[in-house]
Each structure stands twice: as C-alpha cells, then as structure tokens.
Design a protein around this ligand. Structure first.
Ligand code: FAD
Length: 287
C-alpha cells in the first residue's frame, strides 16, 4: 500500500502544467487524487513524476455564458452540488454528483479527473454523454473542443492527446420542455454503480423530439444506447415503447462480470435504471 518513489511538482498555470508534462517523461497530473493515488498505492500506476494542478485557479469555478454552463475541470463534486447555477440550470449534474462516492471523496474529487480517468464505473462520463457536453482541451498545440460523444474509447482510454489537459466542460442549460433523470444502482453508500443511466429528453408537445440515454459501468467505457434512443425519438412515449427501448439497452450492454454481478444481472439492472430515468425525465419535461 505504499506507492513507488515519485517526483512532485506544483504547476502555477495551465501553460506551466503543459510544459511540465512535456519536460517529465510519463508524468501524470494530480487533481483530487482519489483515483490516481489508490492506483499508485496498489502499484497499478507508477508515474515517476506528479504535476499537481490544484493551485491553478483558472481551472476552477462554474460560470454561465448565454445558454452554456462552463465548469472548470478542477471543480469538486461538492462544489457541483452547492452550485446555484447548476441547481437552477442543470440539476442533472447536481443529482449525479450527490451519487458519487462519499463526502470525503466528493470534497477533493474533481469533475475533470472523473471524466478523464477512464474508469467505466465513474459517473460523470455517462452524464456528459447524456448532456451532450463539450470538453475543452489544451495542449502544446493550443486549445481544441471535443464533443463528449466520441471522447471515451475504452477502459482507461480516451481521446486525450499527449501532454493535453482537460481545462473545462461545457454543458447546455436545461430549457423548458427538457427533462432529465439519473438512476444509479449501488450495493451500498459510497460504492461505484452496478449500473447507472442518465437520460435527457426533449419534448415537442407530447412527442419526443430528442432523447439521449447513456449508461454507466455496463461496458468498457460510458456509452450511449443509441438503438434505444431510436425506438423513442419522434414518438409519443408510452410503456410499450419504454419496454422496447429497455430491450435495446440490454442489447447494448457489455459489462465485465465481477463482485457487483454477472453479465445478465448487470445488463438487466442497466435496463431498469434506464426505464426509471426515462420516466423521471418525461415527468420533468412535461412540467
Ligand atoms: C472510495 C471511492 C469511491 C468512489 N466512488 C465513485 C463513484 O461512485 N462514482 C464516481 O464517479 N467516482 C467514484 N470514485 C472516484 C472519484 O470520483 C475520483 O475522484 C475521480 O475518479 C477522479 O478525480 P480526481 O480529481 O480525484 O482525479 P485524480 O485521481 O487526481 O486523477 C485521475 C486521473 O485523471 C488525470 N487527470 C485529472 N485531472 C485532469 C485534467 N484536468 N486533465 C487531464 N488529466 C487529468 C490524472 O492524471 C489521473 O490520470 C470513488 C473513489 C473512491 C476512492
């Protein structure tokens, strides 16, 4: 339980962090440390250098820019929960952050670390997919914007390029006629999901104009259940259609069997989480 020896550097700005990543081979950024340090203690990760980004003020905070909410990568789970901007304009993120781990982890763990880390059990990647978020990434070549859809490529594998930093997450405000839900099954308080499903639905009268159904911890990475979405999009959603969509959710699942359950159990729980979230989202969208 003692990590291998490592060098420690504290970055003073985003550019300084990028430079330091370039200067120290195989170095890792240190955010809240609640995924990285346990992995180092278990010697699953042995980075020779840690670049601490906790002192970079420009990576913190939540602001509203028109119809977009901009969330600094170093914003902690507790700051998400306490944010009046999110409570008013994107309560899905508040709901999801409340379901992450326990109060100690939420006090230090950051949304950026959660999105980038690559653990399929992390909640924010699927939430970012459901919200249709955009990731702002900065590296030696400058800044680029990457839709969340397409960023997650596998377990501990995403589209983050060498020496790049996730700077900010941008999510649209939840408008009139849009509803959301996040259902997460966990064995006990503080645990990762057995299965989870954030859903965002947009109604045009009674008709589903658009829907995004995402899934947590039932595939190598967070995924969208697109076949399930296609069952519901453009229709007046009723119980029979929700059952058809649930069957598509099961078909989309590819979970690893572990102490949280076998493949069949996890897939069926994902479908149940999706059913609940779809119903909650519809209720909210109808006002
Ligand atoms: C007991 C326990 C229970 C947990 N339960 C849950 C849970 O239910 N749901 C959940 O979602 N998570 C859970 N977690 C994980 C927790 O939310 C972590 O805090 C999170 O996964 C990582 O965020 P961090 O800020 O701690 O990142 P760190 O651990 O510091 O970093 C994680 C990885 O991301 C990289 N990184 C961090 N920030 C950036 C950045 N801005 N740009 C580029 N790379 C970056 C780091 O280099 C590292 O590789 C749990 C953790 C523990 C210890």
């Amino acid at each position: 339980m003692i990590p291998a020896e490592f060098e420690y550097h504290k970055a003073t700005s985003i550019q300084d962090a990028i430079n330091q990543l370039g200067a120290h081979e195989d170095s890792k950024l240190l955010a809240g440390g609640h995924s990285l340090l346990p992995m180092m203690k278990l010697r699953f990760a042995e980075p020779p250098t840690l670049i601490d980004i906790n002192g970079i003020e420009e990576l913190r905070g939540i602001r509203l820019e028109g119809d977009t909410i901009c969330i600094g990568a170093m914003t902690t789970e507790n700051e998400l929960i306490e944010s009046e901007i999110l409570q008013q304009h994107c309560p899905l993120l508040v709901e999801a952050a409340r379901l992450v781990a326990d109060p100690q982890v939420r006090n230090r763990g950051t949304i950026g670390g959660d999105v980038v880390h690559g653990d399929p059990g992390n909640d924010h990647p699927a939430v970012m997919l459901a919200l249709d978020a955009t990731l702002v990434l900065q590296g030696p070549g400058g800044e680029r914007q990457q839709p969340a859809n397409g960023f997650f490529l596998g377990t501990y594998w995403n589209d983050l390029q060498e020496h790049e930093i996730l700077v900010e997450l941008r999510v649209p405000v939840i408008r009139q006629g849009v509803g959301h839900g996040y259902s997460k099954l966990k064995r006990k308080t503080g645990d990762y999901a057995v299965a989870g499903s954030p859903v965002v639905v947009e109604l045009d009268g009674d008709v589903c104009r658009d829907i995004r159904i995402a899934l947590t911890n039932v595939a190598p990475m967070a995924i969208r259940a697109e076949a399930a979405e296609n069952v519901l999009r453009g229709k007046v959603i009723d119980d029979a259609l929700i059952e058809q969509a649930a069957a598509e959710v099961i078909a989309a699942c590819d979970p690893a069997e572990d102490l949280r359950g076998d493949i069949q159990y996890k897939s069926h729980m994902a479908a149940e989480m999706a059913r609940r979230s779809i119903r909650a989202a519809l209720q909210q969208a109808r006002g």
